[in-house]
Design a protein around this ligand. Structure first.
Ligand code: HEM
Length: 130
């Protein structure tokens, strides 16, 4: 396989597609709901959030635009403005994601690439001083 062909494989595909994303999201929210500074932000019924997150991450990593098809333009930073997101909370969110990635994806460099992409986004959502 030459370089051009490698570049056409999306992160979504490299991760293992829908079953892998589904697993990742399940584990991620278990960590979120166990986190002392994150859990209070989320509703008791986490299922709808999990479904939306799976749809969003699918398109975020280059898969089909499932979130946009259902909800229109994500405007994801705006959607987070009603929640107080400090830098500390962004760190905690990323730590939960790091754990979930370690539990689901073998390839270390793939994990790092995913986390790097999510870090940029998470810190962009910070909307409140500590
Ligand atoms: C920086 C730390 C973050 C915190 C503290 C946080 C927290 C939250 C909260 C409280 C909700 C709303 C739950 C509800 O419906 O009541 C939410 C929704 C969501 N978050 Fe985050 N989030 C963070 C970062 C991210 C990142 C980096 C992404 C994606 C890359 C993301 C994707 C989503 C999605 C897709 C939803 C559902 C949006 C919808 O309702 O349509 N979040 N988040």
């Amino acid at each position: 396989m030459n370089k051009m062909e490698i570049e056409r494989i999306t992160l979504f595909e490299q991760m293992g597609g829908t079953p892998a994303l589904h697993n990742l999201v399940e584990l991620f929210y278990q960590h979120v709901l166990a986190d002392p500074i994150l859990k209070s932000l989320f509703p008791p019924d986490i299922k709808p959030v999990m479904i939306k997150q799976e749809q969003f991450l699918t398109q975020f990593f280059g898969g089909p635009p499932l979130y946009t098809n259902e909800y229109g333009h994500p405007r994801m930073r705006a959607r987070h403005l009603s929640f107080p997101i400090t830098r500390e909370r962004a760190d905690a969110w990323l730590a939960c994601m790091h754990k979930a990635l370690q539990e689901t994806i073998q390839d270390v460099s793939l994990r790092e690439e995913i986390l790097e992409r999510l870090s940029i986004t998470a810190y962009f959502f910070v909307n409140k001083e500590e």
